[in-house]
Design a protein around this ligand. Structure first.
Ligand SMILES: *Cc1c(COP(=O)(O)O)cnc(C)c1O
Length: 423
């Protein structure tokens, strides 16, 4: 597949007159079409709801767009809960799927009426002590352990993951919660990340649905929702086949009718907590080539760095790069594309075949719409970039300004920046 950016060189020439690179740019049209397709794919389930994983792209302007399609927020921290509240997502519009949870976060989640998804059996007591009661509606996160396989392919290793409760713990947790007044139960699991196959959700659904039937039978718990969480991936590489969300929705429906309906559980709502799948392809990092270096290798230095997009440095993740305006030029130059951190892993691409790059060219780094900006940090005192929204009418809206030095220095209360030490 030919990965083409959603923004042209002409548009970038216009945008950069107002907003200098680097910046993350999001595609409103693509976002709307994608979330509409997701809703259609699960429309067979009357209770279906997507809780957007706020950590993927914690920008209220983008989440507000998703809200128009009925999406709630999946939060796992204090500030994510605050963002959710700010966009009007409260009560059953919040799924609080945290782990190793501080008391203050449970308190805020409870105050907002969020559905709390417990990561561990010991959190029952911790929650009860923290908020003074057990909510009537509650969820437990399940981790069956072992390897998660599709045919012979290992998708992920839940047995090595810190999340969730074991099978016996799920039964004990449901019984305990029930005895403490819980009335409505949910089951949640996230067993594989960034899956580029239509089989992951249906397979996960089968595991969870079968477990749900047994849990209801043995504990008498009234299970009202099953949360398939995140994990539907995107094709970061041009040779990958994208997931077909309609096939995924149909696959889950088949398992639902095979397992839940005959067990008299045909009223269970299906929830998802997608992040990457919702926004990943609809954001890109736009950066300018500012240096070229010819030593033991050929380097192109750009004005963005790993602070703006950490995935290549952290996971060795592939992000496709297009040299804007040279979409049809032959890829006959081999480059390492680097940022400016004093870290040798600060490379957006290694030995990447690209068209000849000239200084001032815009490089569009694809698929940064989720887990892109949000993973940013401030190493080397580098500042985070702006986020811009390319609207459906072609105009551009600043949805988060770039950090300025004062933002970076704001937490030094005893230091008058640029002047002197106060104490
Ligand atoms: C990260 C996360 C998600 C979203 O994952 P994606 O890979 O973006 O789909 C959903 N739920 C929980 C609990 C998470 O931690």
């Amino acid at each position: 597949m030919n990965k083409k950016p959603f923004v042209t060189k002409e548009q970038l020439d216009e945008i950069t007159k107002t907003y200098p690179t680097p910046f993350h740019l999001y595609d409103e049209k693509g976002i709307r079409e994608n979330v509409k397709a997701l809703k259609e794919a699960f429309a067979w389930n009357p209770g279906y709801k997507e809780y957007f994983a706020v950590k993927a792209t914690p920008n209220p302007f983008l989440i507000q767009i998703l809200r128009e399609y009925g999406c709630g927020c999946d939060c796992s921290s204090y500030t994510e809960l605050m963002i959710s509240e700010a966009v009007g997502a409260v009560g059953q519009d919040i799924m609080f799927s945290s782990n190793d949870t501080p008391a203050d976060e449970f308190k805020l989640a409870d105050r907002l009426g969020a559905t709390i998804n417990l990561d561990d059996i010991t959190h029952i007591e911790f929650l009860e002590e923290t908020i003074g009661h057990i909510p009537e509606r509650i969820s437990c996160r399940y981790n069956p352990g072992g390897l998660f396989k599709i045919s012979n392919d290992i998708m992920d290793n839940p047995g090595d993951a810190k999340y969730g409760m074991t099978t016996p713990q799920m039964y004990e947790a449901f019984r305990t919660l029930k005895s403490k007044g819980a009335k409505e139960f949910g089951i949640h699991a996230f067993l594989a990340s960034n899956t580029v196959t239509n089989d992951y959700y249906p397979m996960l659904a089968k595991v969870l649905f079968e477990e749900a039937v047994k849990l209801r039978k043995e504990t008498g718990a009234h299970i009202t929702f099953i949360n398939l969480s995140g994990g539907i991936g995107i094709p970061y590489r041009p040779d990958q086949e994208p997931n077909d969300i309609h096939a995924i929705g149909e696959g889950v429906r088949r398992v639902y009718e095979e397992v839940l309906v005959p067990a008299g559980m045909g009223d269970v709502a299906i929830y998802t907590e997608l992040g990457r799948y919702i926004l990943g392809p609809y954001g890109c990092l736009v950066t300018t080539a500012i240096h070229e270096k010819h030593t033991h290798k050929e380097y192109i230095g750009v004005d963005a760095c790993a602070v703006n997009l950490m995935r290549p440095a952290m996971y060795g993740a592939y992000h496709h790069i297009t040299v804007s305006g040279k979409e049809d030029a032959p890829c006959d130059h081999k480059y390492d594309v680097t940022g400016s951190l004093c870290e040798n892993n600060d490379k957006f691409a290694i030995d990447r075949m690209l068209p000849k790059i000239d200084m001032g060219d815009y490089l569009v780094i694809h698929d940064t719409g989720a887990h892109g900006f949000s993973m940013g940090y401030n190493y080397n005192g580098k500042l985070k970039s702006a986020e811009l929204l390319l609207k459906e009418d072609g105009s551009v809206q600043l949805i988060r300004r770039a950090e300025a030095p004062n933002d970076y220095f704001a937490t030094f209360d005893c230091f008058d920046i640029g002047k002197k030490l106060i104490k």
